[in-house]
Design a binder for this molecule. Structure first.
Ligand SMILES: [Zn+2]
Length: 109
């Protein structure tokens, strides 16, 4: 496992004359990897490469917990602001508890 070396190899092309040429759009590619945007559900997503996006609030919680989230685990935004991904605004919950949280927030129960 040597990701750095793999990345370096990928960023160079061997030209017909046998010279290494740096791929021009490497800067754009690096920028794209770092780019964040807001998806159609209002969540902040960041590009993880190869058109894979990851939801930022899940990544923040994973970092906080030091482990990957299970698919049934849901992250709730305490203040209702989906782009406020500070750890203090995030609560780890599951599907049914999450439904309850939202019903309480709307004053239904
Ligand atoms: Zn929620």
């Amino acid at each position: 496992m040597n990701k750095g070396r793999k990345y370096k190899c990928k960023s160079y092309n061997l030209s017909e004359e046998g010279k290494f040429q740096k791929i021009k759009n490497l800067g754009d590619r690096a920028k794209r990897l770092d780019r964040k945007s807001i998806n159609n559900k209002g969540y902040v997503v960041s590009y993880a490469g190869n058109s894979v996006t990851r939801k930022e609030h899940r990544m923040v919680m994973e970092k906080h917990l030091g482990r990957k989230l299970k698919s049934y685990e849901i992250i709730h935004h305490l203040n209702g602001n989906k782009i406020d991904n500070r750890i203090e605004n995030l609560q780890l919950t599951n599907y049914s508890d999450h439904q309850t949280l939202h019903l309480k927030q709307r004053g239904i129960i």
